[in-house]
Design a binder for this molecule. Structure first.
Ligand SMILES: NC(=O)c1ccc[n+]([C@@H]2O[C@H](COP(=O)([O-])OP(=O)(O)OC[C@H]3O[C@@H](n4cnc5c(N)ncnc54)[C@H](O)[C@@H]3O)[C@@H](O)[C@H]2O)c1
Length: 352
């Protein structure tokens, strides 16, 4: 997808446009702001697959009944270091926001807390929630199961979601280390882009409808059988996420989860798990804070010599952090197709 030439959206304007569109669909001002902030943040970091590009499906799902504008997140179980929430089919960023607030409050007292969410839906980029915890000094983790789009390793048909897993680590340098990985070799967005461009894809991205690896992007889109990253290892991690987020929450799992796009009238009923761990709870009196050690590790990784053909070595989260710094200064350049769709949905235009 090529970037739209020239016109840019300031972060505040993009957030405002997204929030107004969600508000128009009946979402409260506060909840619309939470969802809009997560989507605009993803675009600022260059994670366009989880930014404004999702507005259309969120509106469709609100209209069709798969998500509710008027639901209310409920706390079902509230123990000292663990809680269970019912997302009540609201847009799941609203449940995730509540979950990280509760996780941080509990971890401040207990040193470590888990918050599990059931009856959830798409919560955006997993790293956003882990990073928000790291920005408060916690080691944060966030994960979710999702609609099946990927095969099991060795399997021929669609079995499991591209289940993402994120960890974030507070750093004395300010920008946390953020490890935020989908468990598929590539993203659905990349497949759609290759299909639209008529381009061939590597044969480790997806299977075709015959269950064999395909280099035909359009066949891969039709088959919805993406392959896990790292062969069996990505698959194993996807299963761990299915259990940690879906099974632990008592939410839908594997083939029991409706297709987010094809079945907008059906609640997804996925599960999310968030963890907050307070490194300050175990910091020795001597030896320095974990945040200092994270900063030293970031610096050592940056000093690694680049391999031939590579520009430099970065730590996880650094590419997105550097894009966000540039986006704050210069505005966000949305890929052309996303900008066009956003303008069509909202009537809004870039402000830069
Ligand atoms: N909500 C859902 O259902 C769902 C499902 C799947 C994916 N997602 C989201 O999709 C997004 C994209 O996932 P992805 O796996 O394609 O991400 P990615 O491959 O772009 O990045 C994965 C990780 O690698 C790091 N990284 C990337 N390039 C690097 C480099 N050159 N040096 C060092 N580190 C580098 C990134 O900082 C990130 O931590 C994520 O935000 C994920 O949470 C969400």
């Amino acid at each position: 997808m090529s970037a739209s030439s020239g016109s840019r959206w300031s972060l505040a304007h993009l957030e405002g446009v997204l929030a107004a569109a969600l508000g128009g669909a009946g979402v409260s001002i506060a909840d619309a702001g939470i969802v809009a902030a997560s989507l605009a943040d993803a675009d600022a970091r260059g994670i366009h697959s989880h930014g404004a590009s999702r507005l259309g499906i969120y509106l469709r799902r609100l209209d069709a009944g798969g998500n509710r504008a008027d639901g209310g997140v409920r706390v079902l179980i509230d123990a000292p270091a663990i809680a269970l929430l019912d997302a009540d089919v609201v847009l799941s960023q609203v449940a995730a926001q509540r979950a990280i607030e509760i996780a941080a409050e509990k971890a401040a007292v207990t040193g470590c807390a888990a918050v599990i969410v059931r009856r959830g839906s798409h919560f955006g980029a997993a790293g956003y929630w882990a990073r928000r915890l790291a920005e408060q000094g916690y080691v944060g983790a966030a994960t979710t199961n999702t609609s099946p789009l990927m095969t099991a390793w060795g399997g021929a048909s669609t079995a499991i979601g591209t289940n993402p897993l994120a960890f974030a680590f507070p750093s004395a340098r300010g920008a946390p280390v953020v490890v935020d990985v989908a468990t598929s070799e590539t993203t659905c967005g990349a497949l759609l882009n290759a299909s639209a461009a008529g381009a061939a894809i590597p044969d480790n991205w997806a299977l075709g409808e015959d269950g064999r690896p395909t280099t035909d992007a359009s066949a891969a889109v039709r088959a919805r059988r993406m392959l896990p990253f790292g062969r069996h290892k990505g698959y194993a991690l996807a299963v761990a996420v299915e259990l940690l987020a879906g099974a632990l929450a008592g939410a839908g799992c594997l083939g029991g989860i409706p297709d987010m796009y094809a079945e907008p009238h059906r609640p997804m009923d996925v599960g999310h798990t968030f963890l907050a761990l307070d490194p300050r709870a175990i910091e020795p009196e001597e030896g320095g804070a974990m945040a200092d050690r994270v900063a030293a590790i970031q610096a050592e990784l940056e000093r690694q010599p680049a391999a031939p053909g590579a520009e430099r070595v970065m730590w996880p989260g650094q590419p997105e952090h550097e894009r966000a710094v540039r986006a704050l200064a210069d505005g966000i350049e949305l890929p052309e197709a996303i900008a066009r769709e956003l303008e069509a949905l909202t009537g809004a235009a870039p402000d830069r």
